[in-house]
Design a protein around this ligand. Structure first.
Ligand code: MG
Length: 203
């Protein structure tokens, strides 16, 4: 399986990073070895001095697809979760400066924290999903997927032009404003429509 992540998909986050708004979805990948599940702790790696959380709604792909038409894209996922796209911001800045790929900043072990998943039918509005991240009891990110620059269906359509989507693949759909650093003993809680789906510690 693979993990596809969309960058700069909320205007408020693109702004806080001083990035222009993308004209097409920007995507990159993380390997399977980056996954953390079951609320296990995230271990701070020693190669970065600036690991940032990015809370994102995640889709789980349920069928094989290539060149998926937008009108059918909604059939390719049934459940959503919340995840953290952990990012070594210091390394990412270096990569961007040098025009290099982002893997050392984005694809390291532990960089894809996943919640449990819930059926999209259980959500009040699958096209306007409220989610938030609390850090040590304080809300640091609040998003609604109606503010996505590229919708879930846009992402599935675009990504599947380039790479076949397979059952079990995950898509991190982008983070809203409010990203920031984590340190040892931080407590992160992610919720979707007020329901806590993710609750873990930084070690
Ligand atoms: Mg991200």
């Amino acid at each position: 399986m693979k993990i596809i992540c969309i960058g700069r998909n909320y205007a408020d986050h693109a702004k806080e990073m001083n990035n222009p708004l993308p004209k097409v979805p920007v995507f990159f990948m993380k390997p399977e070895s980056s996954i953390v599940i079951n609320n296990n702790p995230f271990f701070l790696p020693d190669f970065s001095g600036e690991i940032h959380y990015e809370a994102e709604i995640i889709l789980r792909i349920i069928r094989l697809g290539k060149n998926i038409e937008k009108q059918f894209a909604h059939r390719y996922y049934q459940e959503v979760g919340i995840g953290i796209d952990f990012t070594a911001r210091d390394l990412q800045r270096e990569c961007i400066k040098e025009g290099q790929p982002w893997e050392i900043a984005k694809a390291f072990d532990g960089s894809a924290v996943l919640s449990k998943f819930i059926k999209k039918e259980k959500l009040p509005d699958p096209d306007a999903i409220n989610f938030q991240l609390d850090l040590n009891g304080k809300t640091v990110q609040k998003g609604n997927t109606k503010d996505l620059i590229f919708s879930f269906d846009d992402i599935i359509t675009y990504v599947s032009k380039f790479t076949t989507l397979k059952m079990g693949d995950l898509i991190f759909t982008g983070t809203p404003a409010g990203v920031g650093p984590v340190k040892i003993n931080d407590h992160l809680v992610g919720s979707v429509e007020g329901q806590v789906l993710l609750d873990f510690w930084v070690k």
